[in-house]
Ligand binder design. Structure first.
Ligand SMILES: [Zn+2]
Length: 298
């Protein structure tokens, strides 16, 4: 790679910034993640509407996870018995995010109508808790921003404002994505809350980086009506921890007969639901697994 190319890749990398209000009334995160969500659209081969929906949940998961530590995780799990079956988004504060959307074979406009029937579940996997901390609400909107704000207001009693933006090119491929999330800390007055809310909702565009300004801190200074300290910044990537070896180790938990029938029926394809990666088992792989399982049995 040329030096300039490396430089521009670095400058244009997806990033997230987390800040604290100097008066400690609010905390906020701001993300620009165009290539991350474009990758999710490409990996899952999505049309415009499902791509936008998945992008908004991936962006939300990244924003919410930014308040956690290290490899703690946020999982958003949206389920519906309607046309839209499931949206799943998982993010870590170190910048990894992955997810998928599952829906029947329906048109974008049919999907749009059905999205408001279902449940929104948020789970936090935290270092100091043995079990995930989970909250759930019934979905009463087709707007992802409303659903996230509703969840925090009703399930966690934390006033939260979020704005999400996804832009598409002429071929319905994601070309830009950004999001901002502001949460109030205890003791904030209603007046202060409303002021910040109005400010966030009136932001015209979160994607003016396309005009050359890549600095998240600069942008955030325009968006927020208060002074702040930067807590941390991180790169963001669509990243899945799956591997062929992970899948093979799961096969070792199955009965040997099942592996043998997979082999005889040529079911040698393993697909990761999170990132749609395809792995293939060779005849040697099958022989090895079957021999190992038989040896274990004896
Ligand atoms: Zn994967």
């Amino acid at each position: 790679m040329e030096l300039n190319e490396i430089k521009s890749k670095f400058l244009n990398a997806d990033r997230i910034i987390t800040i604290l209000d100097k008066k400690a009334r609010f905390r906020a995160s701001f993300i620009r993640n165009s290539s991350t969500v474009k990758t999710s659209q490409e990996k899952h081969n999505l049309a415009q509407f499902p791509a936008a929906l998945l992008a908004k949940y991936l962006t939300s998961a990244s924003l919410i996870s930014s308040f956690l530590k290290g490899e703690e995780r946020i999982i958003l799990d949206i389920s519906s018995d309607g046309l839209l079956e499931k949206v799943f988004a998982e993010a870590m504060p170190i910048g990894e995010v992955r997810g998928f959307i599952r829906y029947g074979n329906h048109s974008d406009s049919a999907l749009k109508k059905m999205i408001q029937n279902g449940f929104f579940k948020l789970s936090k996997i935290l270092y100091d808790k043995g079990e995930p901390v989970t909250g759930i609400i019934e979905i009463n909107s087709e707007n992802v921003e409303d659903i996230i704000e509703d969840y925090f207001a009703n399930s966690e009693q934390v006033p939260t404002f979020i704005k999400l933006e996804t832009g598409f090119d002429d071929n319905n491929i994601i070309k830009s994505s950004a999001g901002i999330l502001v949460q109030s800390l205890p003791g904030v007055s209603l007046k202060e809350l409303n002021e910040v809310r109005t400010h966030i909702k009136n932001i015209r565009s979160l994607n003016n980086s396309l005009n050359g300004d890549n600095d998240l801190t600069n942008s955030l200074q325009q968006y927020l009506p208060f002074d702040f300290d930067v807590i941390k910044t991180s790169r963001v990537d669509f990243f899945c921890r799956c591997s062929k070896n992970n899948f093979i180790s799961k096969l070792y938990t199955l009965p040997v007969e099942e592996i043998e029938s997979m082999h005889s029926e040529h079911q040698n394809e393993l697909v990761c639901q999170f990132c749609n990666a395809h792995y293939y088992l060779s005849n040697d792989d099958f022989t090895r697994i079957i021999n190992d399982l038989k040896a274990k049995k004896n």
